[in-house]
Design a protein around this ligand. Structure first.
Ligand code: ZN
Length: 469
């Protein structure tokens, strides 16, 4: 039996809770909990997702899939099951506004490029199962998944993954998916970039997300929404891991961006744009996009425009950090682009914090192994963000960007019971976020204690260690 919770916007996201014991057993989630059982979570500290300070002696009371109360030293209702986490901090489930759960680019670039030509869509989908589990076990109960494509196959592995998670078939975070990112011919998203002309028998078109001109871009948006997109993603400037473009050149005209935003917003979908270059960012912000992803070369005037317009910045610091940690393994042309983007992004991020731009939490998981998303927190704090602001970015700020703030992102009464905990105090040591030990999604305990072995070491490379400083 499946029950849609009728959450409204975004309309194509169905938050579906498994209510059948068989499904729960498949997930490895604790069974035996009645749907309306009251669970009381206790810990020494609590961050509610929006306050400026931690609450001491935090208590969250969960009934069914919802939070019914939260605060300090609340009394335990009669008959409730108590989970006391001791010297730990309770928080709303983390969100990551920039993942690619159906991909893994963290191994050798050239080997993966060849491997992608061998994959069929169903293999791509099966590969994603442990990556989805690694992500939720790391405390990320919601992700915005911003692009999944397989050339010459009209399939949507991200839509399938989202639906399988919603139906309780596999464990993973709630997903808002973008299907194919939209981009220009020869741009960052063109899947034939760097290959000999016509190797794939045709030029990619709007069904692959490749579109030129306002009308074709509208058609690409409509095609993606028809096939299950919750959010629209586009590349409006060049990128690092693409072979045929410069990293900061504009790839859409203002008229194309206006069409992109207008069509998406008419269909009640938000627009996230991949963008490193300053000119492309300025034009995208003026066109009304909801978030700039990466933003490496943005100048202070552009960041000021973002603040005025309320545009979010999703910095994805982990992506450049990881690429730089093994820069010699990339083709020379990509090394030049990665070095330039990384050199620029630290100053851009500091300026964004100083200017007061809304900074969402997003990592580009897939560029680095899935499940290591929380390492982004330390990078944000090292570049001048306070720990509280960093925690807020991954909870209430991301919920606002994703348009689901009425459902998740805080520990307020009436929100879905997406709750995590970690030993220690993340405001005293932000790396505590990397040691999540308890995860609940919609009232069901996904993890209480050590991670599932299959949820770690599932990506192409070993654990990525950040530089010590
Ligand atoms: Zn990305």
């Amino acid at each position: 039996m499946l029950a849609s919770l009728g959450l409204g916007y975004p309309p194509s996201v169905n938050f579906i809770r498994p209510a059948c014991i068989f499904v729960i057993a498949v997930l490895g989630i604790e069974s035996g909990a009645a749907a309306d059982q009251t669970i009381v979570l206790k810990a020494m500290r609590m961050f509610d997702g929006k306050s400026k300070t931690l609450v001491q002696n935090g208590v969250v009371i969960v009934q069914g899939n919802k939070i019914v109360d939260s605060g300090s030293n609340l009394p335990v209702p009669d008959g409730a099951r108590v989970i006391d986490l001791g010297d730990a901090t309770l928080l709303p489930g983390f969100m990551d506004a920039h993942t690619h759960l159906t991909s893994d680019y963290s191994g050798n670039y050239n080997e993966l490029r060849l491997k992608r030509l061998e994959l069929n869509a169903s293999e791509m989908a099966y590969n994603a199962i442990p990556w989805a589990r690694a992500t939720i076990e790391a405390g990320f109960t919601t992700v915005r998944d911003v692009g999944s494509r397989i050339m010459n196959t009209h399939d949507f592995p991200d839509v399938s993954l989202r639906n399988a998670i919603n139906r309780g078939i596999i464990a993973g975070p709630r997903m808002l998916v973008a299907t194919h990112g939209i981009g220009a011919t020869g741009g960052h998203f063109d899947p034939t970039d760097g290959f000999r002309d016509f190797l794939f028998g045709r030029e990619p078109d709007f069904t692959d997300g490749i579109a030129d001109g306002p009308d074709e871009i509208r058609k690409a948006v409509r095609f993606e929404v028809k096939n299950g997109a919750d959010v629209i993603k586009a590349a409006v400037s060049g990128g690092v891991l693409s072979l045929a473009d410069e990293v900061d050149t504009p790839q859409f005209t203002s008229a194309e961006m206006t069409a992109l935003v207008d069509e998406s917003h008419r269909l009640r979908k938000k627009v996230a744009v991949h963008c490193h270059g300053d000119q492309a960012a300025r034009e995208a912000i003026e066109a009304g996009v909801d978030s700039i992803e990466h933003g490496s070369f943005m100048k202070p005037e552009t960041l000021t425009l973002m603040k005025q317009k309320g545009t979010f910045l999703t910095p994805t610091l982990m992506a450049s950090e990881y690429i730089m940690s093994k820069i010699d393994s990339y083709p020379p042309a990509l090394q030049v682009k990665a070095r330039a983007a990384t050199a620029a992004r630290s100053e851009m991020f500091r300026n964004a914090v100083r200017i007061g731009v809304k900074i969402s939490f997003g990592t580009d998981a897939a560029v680095f192994p899935h499940g290591q998303n929380a390492k982004e927190f330390k990078l944000m704090v090292d570049l001048g963000m306070t720990p509280m602001d960093a925690l807020r970015s991954a909870t209430s700020t991301d919920a606002e960007l994703l348009g689901i703030a009425q459902k998740v992102g805080t520990l307020e009464k009436g929100r879905l019971a997406d709750i995590i905990a970690m030993p220690g105090d993340p405001t005293a040591d932000i790396t505590a976020t990397e040691r999540v030990s308890f995860v609940m999604k919609e009232g069901r305990v996904v993890r209480n204690g050590p991670a599932t072995p299959s949820a770690s070491a599932t990506s192409a490379t070993d654990d990525f260690t950040l530089p010590a400083d």
